[in-house]
Ligand binder design. Structure first.
Ligand code: ATP
Length: 351
């Protein structure tokens, strides 16, 4: 097991900077996800940890040892790719044994290790099949087994679930998390899927244009986004721009006064999550805005209602499709109130 330290990592490709001043301590046995929009530098950072990409600047330490100049196969990291990258002409067992051969593991121990990791990913009966004879989910399990066979100190996964359908994604995601926890593996998991990152991570790193925006537990990052970029990227949020006019009063650009618990003098924008809002026929709670329902989307467990305020600003509200829900308040065209508590506002100073 191992601790990974990334120290001021930077990667420049010609004139473009893919990763800039990325520093992070990944604890022993921790699962950290890198999350962010396409092109924000997640894969490049992961590949620097694996040793496939050399940093332009900065250091990588595994258990205190500087591995920045160490070749990939000497780093003791196990990597799983988005496309399973199995050798098509080798059986499942041969695919897994290949890495062990490279690590000069003797044949008897190799055989034993192949059996152990196939058992871990519940693929024991498939050892003599070729990759083309396996489903996508099975191929990805083999790729995971292959990465684990060498008993890596650090487990690296680059969007390993994105080629799988929704149901399988969730199943394999849970299997990876269980395996990672039972083995106590220090793991870095790259994804652009928010739900995946929220569900799996001990901590998540939100990236934007090569830089780290926020690092924290999923609930902390979701509940307390540090800036507008994070708030906008993770989940959905309604934003109201404007200025403070008193200790807890914020005047929006369209002339509404919002009650905000933790307002600061430099607040330029107030945000509220759609699921924190209530719809009613009479004003309720600390904040109430009169709105008109413009559209209703039935999503099964939730109902997403789009509203328009007096200033023609759209507000999105997400209601839980719970027993006893009042369907009258979200008929298209209805004049209703959208309500939320002063505590449920997030405040931002960057516009
Ligand atoms: P995605 O989610 O789409 O995989 P990402 O967050 O993993 O994106 P990276 O693949 O790390 O992003 O790419 C970061 C930036 O670096 C992008 O602008 C990309 O075009 C650029 N880049 C990556 N690899 C190279 C390369 N070998 N040569 C030049 N530019 C590169």
């Amino acid at each position: 097991m191992a601790k990974v330290s990334l120290v001021h990592l930077r990667k420049q490709f010609d004139s473009s900077v893919a990763v800039d001043d990325f520093s992070l301590e990944i604890e022993d046995g921790e699962l950290v996800t890198f999350l962010g929009p396409s092109g924000c530098g997640k894969t490049t950072t992961l590949r620097m940890i694996a040793g496939f990409v050399a940093p332009t600047h900065g250091k990588i330490l595994i258990d205190g040892e500087d591995v920045t100049q160490t070749r990939p196969h000497k780093r003791n990291t196990g990597m799983v790719f988005q496309r399973y990258a199995l050798f098509p002409h080798m059986t499942v067992a041969e695919n897994i044994a290949f890495g062990l051969e490279m690590h000069k593991v003797p044949p008897a121990a190799r055989k034993q290790r192949v059996a152990t990791v196939l058992d871990m990913v519940r693929m024991t009966g498939f050892k003599d099949r070729y990759p083309r004879q396996l489903s996508g989910g099975q191929q990805q399990r083999v790729a995971i087994a292959r990465a684990l066979a060498i008993q890596p100190q650090v487990f690296l996964l680059d969007e390993p679930l994105s080629n799988l359908d929704a149901r399988l994604r969730q199943a394999v995601r849970e299997e990876i998390r269980e395996l990672q926890q039972s083995l106590g593996l220090t793991t870095v998991f790259v994804t652009h899927d928010q739900e995946e990152a929220l569900a799996m991570s001990d901590r998540m790193v939100i990236m934007h244009k090569g830089t780290v925006q926020q690092v924290g537990k999923p609930s902390d990052v979701y509940e307390q986004p540090v800036n507008l970029l994070v708030a906008d990227f993770l989940g959905k949020m309604n934003f109201f721009r404007g200025r403070p006019i008193a200790d807890h009063a914020f005047l929006t650009a369209t002339g509404t006064v919002l009650s905000v618990a933790a307002l600061r003098a430099d607040t330029q924008c107030v945000g509220v999550r759609p699921e924190r809002m209530l719809l009613s026929s009479q004003p309720q709670l600390d904040n109430s805005i009169q709105v008109k329902v413009t559209s209703v989307a039935y999503l099964g467990p939730q109902i997403e209602v789009t509203l328009m305020d007096a200033g023609n600003e759209l507000i999105r509200c997400q209601l839980s499709n719970a027993a006893g829900i009042d369907t009258q308040v979200f008929q298209s065209g209805a004049e209703v109130f959208v309500n939320w508590r002063a505590d449920d506002n997030a405040v931002f100073c960057d516009s």
